[in-house]
Design a protein. Structure first.
Length: 236
């Protein structure tokens, strides 16, 4: 009996040595996960105000490896997001190239990210996708309010022009008219034109007759494509 047992053990060892062995890693327990939801919006101008409308087919990134696409109206929902902290960004292109982009922007200080809690839906505030004026003609937006020379009283019903800035003897001079509008009762104005990356000024005529609240008579419109600028008249 002992001889037979020893023979079986030896035979088994021999057979095992003839075949390669493979280690198998058993799957770890599934990591707790939650969901992320929100809306991607894009700006436009209506009645001297900037309005934000939901946009479909925008890409939303949660962290560096998770993404989804918005439906019509700008809504998105991303499930099975492992719990933890993430930065959320959005990107939108209407022409096949990256013509709009944003990083979790809105009118309050930018947060560092969101916290995803297991079995809960984390609601993200609207992702405002800022137009890239260098890639999107006629998408740049300039908006703000105009005040009387006392810098306090809103100036409603005033026709204002947005102009390029030229230099004469090193002095800024209003040049080509890019657009015009009449301010609302509360002094609000908003332009949406092809005003990408250039020096601009607001006037009521052909001379420098307005200043911005920072004291300058002109400013640089950068390629982010949206800028707020309050101004006051010098002579009215």
């Amino acid at each position: 009996m002992k001889v037979r047992f020893a023979f079986v053990v030896a035979l088994t060892a021999f057979l095992l040595s003839c075949f390669p062995t493979t280690s198998v890693n058993l799957p770890a327990a599934a990591q707790p996960s939650g969901s992320v939801a929100g809306t991607v919006v894009i700006p436009s101008v209506s009645n001297n105000q900037v309005v934000w409308n939901g946009i479909g087919n925008a890409l939303v990134y949660v962290g560096s490896s998770l993404s989804t696409t918005t439906v019509a109206g700008g809504a998105y929902l991303l499930n099975n997001v492992p719990s933890g902290s993430y930065n959320v960004t959005a990107q939108y292109s209407s022409s096949g190239s990256t013509s709009h982009y944003a990083v979790y922007e809105y009118n309050t200080p930018q947060p560092t990210g969101i916290l995803v809690v297991p079995s809960y839906v984390t609601l993200v505030q609207d992702l405002q996708v800022v137009p890239n004026s260098m890639a999107s003609p006629n998408s740049s937006i300039l908006y703000g309010k105009i005040y009387h020379s006392n810098k306090v009283t809103p100036y409603g019903g005033l026709t204002i022009y947005i102009r390029d800035v030229a230099y004469v003897n090193s002095n800024p001079f209003p040049y080509n008219v890019l657009g015009s509008t009449v301010t609302s009762a509360d002094g609000s104005y908003a332009f949406q034109y092809d005003i990408d990356y250039r020096y601009l000024t607001l006037t009521t005529g052909t001379t420098v007759d307005m200043k911005y609240t920072n004291g300058s008579v002109f400013f640089l419109m950068d390629d982010f494509g949206i800028m707020h600028a309050d101004a006051y008249t010098l002579y009215q």
